[in-house]
Every structure is written in C-alpha cells, then in structure tokens.
Design a protein around this ligand. Structure first.
Ligand code: PGA
Length: 252
C-alpha cells in the first residue's frame, strides 16, 4: 500500500509567530481527516525549529523547502542538510520549479542536494514538471523523463525506496489553473513507468504527489486517480482549514 500524503509548501510566507498559529490550526483540525493521511508541512528555515516543537506528537511531520548542495563551509547564506536534520525535521523539498527557475538549480546541483539529504536522513520530496510551452509543444513527457533520469536514477534502490515525487506542472503553480484529474493521472502513470523501468517493482510503492493550484474543491477528484497519492500544496496550505479540507479529499 502506498502512503497517502498531503504536504504543505509554505514558500516565503508567514513570520515565525504566524507559522506557529498555522500549525496549531492544522493540529486542532487534523482529527477531521482520515488517519490514513500523512500530513507534512514545510515552513521557512527561520521557524522550522518552532514548528517542529509544536508539531511534536501531533502526527504531522515537518520538512524544509531546500537544503545546501555542500556539507559545510564557506557558503554564505546556505543552510545544510545536517543543520536541518538536527532540528528534528524529516523531509526536504528538492527541485521545486521556483528553485530551478529563479535560482538556477540544475540536475547537477540537485544530485548534490540529494546526496546531502540522504546522508542526513532527510527524505527528499523531489519535484518535476513541465513549463507551459513544453506542454503545448508536446515535450512534457521528455522533460519529465529527463528530470527523473538525471537525478532519481542516481539513487541506490534503498534510497529510492524512501523517495517521494511531486509532479507540479509549472503552468498550474500559483496560477489557479489546475491540471485536470486525467492530465495528472496520465503524467503520474508515466512517471511510475519510468521509475519501474529502472527500479522495478519498487516503483509501485513510490508516493507521487500532484501539485499546482490544488485546493479543497478539486483535491478529492485528483486524489481519486490511481497513481495520485496526494498533493504538494502551496497557497492553500497557508489557511489551516483549506489544508485540512484538502486532506479530506481522501475519504475516511
Ligand atoms: P500552489 O503551489 O498550490 O500555490 O499552486 C504548489 C507548489 O508550488 O508546491
């Protein structure tokens, strides 16, 4: 059985105090959601520590939104996987399209970040997804295959068994434009096939999340698809009730 996961990517939003309020709101309402759902929240670095403390014992896990490609040293402004893990954080989002696009993250950088994540026992949530022009020109499958081959294929089977993948079409992120449930399913099934060609039967257990304007009104339909195992939620994860209602997309 694959895990059902609803992860919130808070991006560069909330102050530490607001973040604590937000996680408290999620904890307070979590009982309304099927206990089969694994919630993860990914706050900014500045309040990881506080959020980990508040979330402790609630069943809600905490992730970082990024980590450094290097282990330590003269890398001004960077935060290492070891620092993150030492706070009690369990996950790290890697390869988000905003990191790829605005901060020039390439597969080469992401391979290094993967190494750091696994060395420090952080489970990566590895994001893939095509831009609008790539979809419109029918290149989306090639783009996604390359994003997987260049990074995920370098993992050992043991590392791969822990990995979470998020499919986030760039044209759907923060735009209000969601992929249809059928479009999501089509790509998720493709991703699973690419993974299975390399890792065999283990790919049947990989959680593949959908991300891109996922909200309470469309979550249930998207999550109902066979190869969709949950969501990576941006905007809607900033309102506790919306985040919880997305979790309700998985019926009790
Ligand atoms: P969104 O962001 O839900 O605001 O579209 C998703 C993401 O970037 O993870």
């Amino acid at each position: 059985m694959r895990k059902k996961i609803v992860a919130g990517n808070w991006k560069m939003n909330t102050t530490p105090a607001e973040g604590v309020e937000l996680i408290k709101g999620v904890i307070a309402q979590k009982g309304e959601v099927c206990s089969c759902v694994n919630f993860i929240v990914a706050p900014p670095f500045t309040h990881l520590s506080e959020v980990v403390k508040v979330a402790k014992g609630s069943g809600i896990a905490v992730g970082a939104q990024n980590c450094a490609a290097e282990a330590k040293g003269a890398y001004t402004g960077e935060v290492s996987a070891k620092m993150i893990a030492s706070l009690g954080v369990d996950y790290v989002i890697l390869g988000h399209s905003e990191r790829r696009e605005y901060y020039g993250e390439t597969s080469e950088t992401l391979n290094k970040k993967m190494v750091q994540a696994y060395e420090n026992n952080l489970i990566p949530i590895y994001c893939v997804g095509e831009k609008l022009e790539e979809r419109e020109s029918g290149k989306h499958f090639d783009v996604i295959r390359a994003q997987i081959e260049e990074v995920v294929f370098n993992l050992t089977p043991e590392q791969f068994s822990k990995l979470i993948i998020a499919y986030e079409p760039v044209w759907a992120i923060g735009t209000g434009k969601t992929a249809t449930a059928d479009q999501a399913q089509e790509v998720h099934a493709f991703i699973r096939k690419v993974l299975a060609d390399k890792f065999g039967a283990a790919a049947a257990d990989t959680a593949i999340l959908y991300g891109g304007s996922c909200k309470p009104s469309n979550a249930a339909e998207i999550f109902s698809k066979e190869d969709v195992d949950g969501g990576l939620i941006g905007g809607a994860s900033l309102v506790a009730t919306d985040f919880i209602n997305i979790g309700k997309g998985f019926s009790k």
